[in-house]
Design a binder for this molecule. Structure first.
Ligand SMILES: N[C@@H](CCC(=O)N[C@@H](CS)C(=O)NCC(=O)O)C(=O)O
Length: 201
């Protein structure tokens, strides 16, 4: 089995964070997105969508999409649970993971697509999108900060939602986004997350 990976990709980071939390070691197969390896026929045969991460199993089967890869491992290795443990906690993890994905992670990537020189040739960059993505990002982080006032972790128990949030914040931070010091609960959560050994993944 191998995980096709690009170190700076936030989607790949999410999977690596997950694997580190589970104590799972999966060989990484680097794909250089800067030189366009994701568009080479060898890679497109595995994933016609031309994106990492993908997980290739020993029999050649390929699982695309970070969340699908994570759910595959969760079914094989349920301990420690990162999707909740009963119908209510599972629902809350899904709800908060989606909020972190759509409200933070996705906005961080929109902001990047529309401002990074890396995408200038591929996207018609629009500063209004950067501004709008940043507004949504800040509004959602304000709400997440409120949630963390009464909860140690985003969804109550430690879960994938925390990993999606960390990957999203760190990706935004890599392109000059800073956490507002007024988000004290989020700041406490972030410092705790950064101290976990998985944060190095
Ligand atoms: N929804 C996919 C998104 C995958 C994706 O967009 N990956 C980016 C890297 S973060 C990629 O490979 N982009 C290829 C490119 O830039 O050409 C997932 O969750 O895995």
């Amino acid at each position: 089995m191998k995980l096709y990976d690009y170190p700076q990709s936030p989607n790949c980071r999410k999977v690596r964070l997950y694997l580190a939390e589970k104590g799972l070691r999966v060989p990484l197969q680097p794909v250089n997105l800067l030189t366009g390896e994701q568009r080479a026929s060898d890679f497109l045969r595995r994933n016609p969508f031309g994106a990492v991460p993908i997980l290739e199993l020993d029999d050649g089967a390929v699982i695309p999409e970070s969340l699908a890869i994570i759910e595959y491992f969760e079914e094989l290795h349920p301990e420690p649970p990162l999707f909740g443990t009963d119908p209510l906690t599972r629902a809350l993890v899904r709800a908060w993971e989606r909020r972190c994905e759509l409200g933070v992670f996705l906005q961080a990537t929109r902001r990047f697509f529309h401002s990074s020189p890396f995408f200038a040739a591929r996207v018609e960059q629009n500063p209004k999108v950067v501004e709008e993505a940043e507004q949504v990002l800040r509004a959602r982080l304000t709400l997440i900060n409120e949630q963390l006032k009464d909860h140690q972790w985003v969804a109550g128990t430690f879960s994938l939602a925390d990993l999606t949030l960390l990957a999203g914040i760190d990706f935004a931070a890599a392109s000059q986004f800073t956490l507002d010091p007024a988000w004290t609960h989020l700041g406490r959560w972030y410092e705790t997350m950064k101290r976990r050994p998985s944060a190095a993944a």
